[in-house]
Design a protein around this ligand. Sequence first.
Ligand code: CTP
Ligand code: CA
Length: 243
Amino acid sequence: SSDPVRRGDLDGVRLLVTAGGTREPIDPVRYLGNRSSGRQGVAVAAAAADRGAKVVLLAANVDESVLAGVRDRGAVRVVPIGTAAELEAAAHAAASGAEAVIMAAAVADYRVAEVAEHKIRKEDTAGEAPTLTLVENPDILVGLVRGRRPGQVIVGFAAETVAAESDADDELLERGRRKLARKGVDLLAVNAVGWTEGFESDANRLYVLDADGRVAGEASGSKREVADRLLDAVRDELRALSH
Ligand code: CTP
Ligand code: CA
């Protein structure tokens, strides 16, 4: 990093970062997906590498144009991911070798119970709109927390929609704290998303909550700036746990 305060402060730290959004197949040509572009997670991977970390980046359906931000960094190993099930297997395999895990990916909460082997055709559904039966995906983050190695720092993300009113930040933090308690993570990055906020843009704004629900950091700016601020909290947490 060109930033003298942060340069090398993650030297040798092995980091697992997930980014993007999983896609759950419906049939060979269709899927259920979400709007996550992977930009925030990729920015975390790039910033961490610049600060000396060795990063495994599990990239769920992230465009090559977004991944260009880490392709030139030897310290980042990119693993392409499709579904939540693939992400779960890859995350468990990679987590055992990581001092910190940053779960920025948007994981589909549900998948289609029975994926059709062939394309669903109007001709075959006799004018009736088909009904998709969904089943819940495992919570990957909760699984990682359960299997964590001693001293490992685990960070979750919470993208929440809130009413666009003056107390929107209170609602955001309140939702974040409830999620924090459910997940058992060390840090939770909480940000507001909506029809016009959070996704395709290069800007982001988030709070970092510590395990007790206190605001450990607040960042707003480019996704890179936000990434650096989040990594400051991860670095501090790693230091606290190693003492
Ligand atoms: N997450 C996960 N596995 C899932 C769902 C979510 O690992 N099946 C992780 C996400 O990567 C993120 C965190 O959990 O780091 C919070 O995701 P979010 O979707 O906000 O939480 P959910 O528990 O799914 O709650 P909600 O009903 O608000 O979607
Ligand atoms: Ca969810």
